[in-house]
Design a binder for this molecule. Structure first.
Ligand code: CU
Length: 301
């Protein structure tokens, strides 16, 4: 696990809908990487391995018994944890964010990737408060991390105007598909990009999208993601097809023209069931046919 540098960028203006202005109490902004909370039975420590920042962040949850009085309590293995994430928006509609699977690491450690759609503060303005709920045996411990901004592009969005979601009240919007920069590593002319793909179902539901995922359209019908083609390029001429890893992860190697530690650009295009997705949802016409990741290879997202 590489260290990464917290970088604040005042130029990132990406935001999902319903952002408001500052109000109320915030999280502890002096937070330095580890938070503790308890359920009735368990003490849980949440340690940041990557982030927390907008885009892919990674935490380790360490679980011990509240009855364990040892100086170093024994980690508890084999628990069935579930994690939920909510942003209490300042003056807007609350929403969740995508998360990856939970991986048990032994000794009471559990790893979870959280893909934040929004930072806690943006341009000095409070966006809202993030709440992470960790539930074990029907009891929940709650954490309130302060989520930073990033210099690199944390995620990009693609859409197609024939793929809409509804809120049940009759209003529709183009479904946002979010592609998160999971990592970009390598050397010279052989960099490897991994992305995590999610599709919004509602403000509370952002499932990962492997092929075979069922999604719900605005009229309530279910449809199947039968085929996905995600391509990456560093020159907009040579497009490499990303291979599916499972769980919504896609990867491509052999990207040229990137240098470790130097900011570069990777272009991404996507089609779903043969339909091209674009930055504005309209038919492909010039530059709307791909999204752009600004990446600094070698740094963890
Ligand atoms: Cu928000």
């Amino acid at each position: 696990m590489r260290f990464y540098t917290f970088l604040m960028a005042a130029t990132l203006a990406l935001a999902i809908s319903a952002c408001g202005t500052n109000s109320g109490n915030g999280p502890d902004l002096s937070y330095t990487g580890s938070l503790a909370a308890a359920t009735g039975k368990y003490n849980i420590t949440m340690t940041d391995l990557v982030g927390p920042h907008k885009g892919r962040s990674l935490v380790r949850l360490h679980v011990t018994s509240v009855d364990d009085a040892a100086a170093e309590p024994t980690g508890i293995e084999g628990l069935d944890l579930s994690v939920s994430v909510l942003m209490q928006m300042s003056g807007g509609t609350n929403h969740s964010t995508p998360i990856g699977g939970i991986a048990e690491e032994g000794n009471g450690d559990y790893l979870v990737s959280i893909y934040y759609l929004m930072s806690t503060m943006m341009n000095g303005m409070k966006m809202g408060d993030w709440e992470i709920g960790v539930t074990v045996d029907a009891e929940t411990a709650t954490f309130n991390p302060a989520v930073d901004m990033t210099m690199d592009t944390p995620f990009v969005k693609l859409q197609n105007e024939s793929d809409a979601i509804g809120d049940g009240s009759g209003s529709e919007e183009k479904r946002p598909w979010y592609l998160f920069n999971e990592s970009c590593v390598g050397s010279g002319d052989n960099h490897t990009l991994t992305i995590f793909l999610t599709a919004q179902e509602s403000l509370q539901s952002f499932p990962s999208v492997p092929t075979g995922r069922n999604l719900t359209s605005a009229n309530g019908n279910s449809w199947l993601v039968e085929s996905l083609s995600i391509k990456a390029s560093t020159d907009k001429t040579n497009w490499l097809t990303m291979r599916e890893l499972g769980g919504g992860y896609y990867r491509v190697s052999g990207l040229t023209g990137l240098t470790d530690g130097v900011s570069g650009e990777i272009y991404i295009s996507m089609s779903v069931n043969g339909n091209d997705y674009t930055t504005d949802g309209a038919s492909v016409s010039g530059e709307n046919g791909y999204q752009t990741f600004t990446v600094t290879p070698g740094s963890e997202m």
